[in-house]
Design a protein around this ligand. Structure first.
Ligand code: GDP
Length: 365
């Protein structure tokens, strides 16, 4: 049969193997719009099927960009900047210019200093060895920031193709849907969902007579917390609305738990307030530091929930890192969860699932 591609995710359609990506029953080939079983399920039951792509497959696919002359648009989730960073992207995409888009800006408190956030993103990208032309903050969900980003993409691409890349769950599909919606009025043109990894092949979207925008598969990054949590827990830790800061006055030797996903010990320093920016649904518990180990042992999975017992089975153990915070207002960022702002001049210990990399930045608010 001629090659057919899924209208939902762009993967090549096949009728032979139910357990491989792109499967449709033979009878479905008669349909005018063919979507693979996985997209069909997502659309109708919100259920995700495991597919057999490996990390190498994803990187090999992204690496095809290095052989093109194009503009690369890299999307990151501003709540998971470090987690959703693809290392080696510069090498994978050749010499093509890169625009960096920070998505989900609608979730930031209104008082956030956006230019500081952009500065930090530029610096962190450069620390990762990535040279970016421009950084934009957008909300793929509500279109905020798109006027500027769209204009820049149009100018920079200079009639060339555009490749949109990003890790799973950063909002890449939502971003492309928003672009398509703005230019054609068509809603949800490509599949989106709560779950990582819905975009499988390169989807080709015409930009003009000669050039295309390509949606590339979401790279699975093991540093992302999202891969270790059940979909129910993911809904709890992912902010849905603008974050409401929660303030805690702490003395040294006190501890905060963010659900059971992370633990923040105030080791040394004068009493101060800590402002916590996490999903409004994530419970924060305060305990004494010397009781924190026992408290965690006893309550993780119930009082300290999420993680649910199911997530706990797959979640890497918490590992501790002690950090000296400089004497200025600083954000302690836990990728995939949120951040805590401190006035600085203190020592803290932070416990996060192994593999998750915390970072510090000058406070955004
Ligand atoms: P992909 O895996 O990168 O294609 O990500 P999706 O487009 O499927 O989005 C992942 C999750 O993030 C979904 O639950 C989206 O609803 C959500 N999301 C995407 N963009 C935004 C945004 O701008 N703001 C908010 N609040 N959520 C978003």
């Amino acid at each position: 049969m001629d090659k057919i591609f899924c209208d939902g995710c762009g993967v090549e359609i096949q009728t032979e193997d139910k357990n491989k990506s792109g499967f449709v029953p033979k009878s479905a080939l008669e349909n005018e719009h063919i979507i693979c079983q996985r997209c069909f399920r997502l659309k109708h039951y919100n259920e995700v099927q495991d597919v057999e792509y490996t990390d190498d497959d994803y990187l090999r696919m992204i690496n095809q960009i290095s052989g093109t002359e194009s503009l690369v648009v890299k999307i990151v989730d501003i709540f998971d900047f470090d987690g959703s960073f693809i290392s080696g992207l510069q090498r994978l995409t050749g010499n093509n210019p890169i625009i960096l888009i920070g998505n989900k800006v609608d979730l930031l408190p209104k008082s956030t200093n956006k230019s500081k956030l952009i500065q930090w993103m530029k610096k962190t990208a450069s620390d990762y060895g990535l040279k970016v032309q421009e950084v934009f903050l957008v909300s793929a969900a509500n279109g905020q920031g798109f006027d500027m980003a769209e204009k820049e993409i149009e100018t920079r691409r200079n009639r060339k193709d555009v490749y949109v890349v990003g890790c799973t769950n950063v909002g890449k599909s939502t971003f492309i849907n928003q672009l398509i919606n703005r230019s054609s009025g068509v809603k949800d043109a490509i599949t989106t969902s709560y779950f990582p990894g819905t975009t499988l092949g390169f989807i080709q979207i015409p930009l003009d007579e000669k050039s295309y925008m390509y949606d590339t598969p979401g790279v699975v990054n093991r540093k992302q917390l999202v891969h270790y949590v059940t979909d129910k827990d993911l809904k709890l830790i992912t902010p849905k609305k603008e974050i409401k800061p929660r303030v805690y006055q702490l003395q040294d030797k006190q501890t905060l738990f963010f659900g059971g996903f992370a633990r923040f010990d105030f080791e040394k320093g004068l009493k101060q307030s800590f402002v916590c920016y996490f999903s409004n649904q994530l419970m924060i518990h305060r305990t004494k530091l010397d009781q924190a180990d026992e408290f965690y042992e006893k309550h993780v999975g119930d009082l300290l929930q999420p993680p649910s017992p199911e997530t706990l089975e797959q979640l890497p153990p918490l590992v501790q890192q002690t950090v000296k915070i400089p004497g200025e207002k600083t954000d302690i960022v836990i990728p995939g969860l949120g951040w805590v702002t401190s006035d600085g001049g203190i020592t803290i210990s932070i416990h996060v699932p192994k593999g998750v990399q915390i970072s510090l930045r000058p406070a955004l608010i």
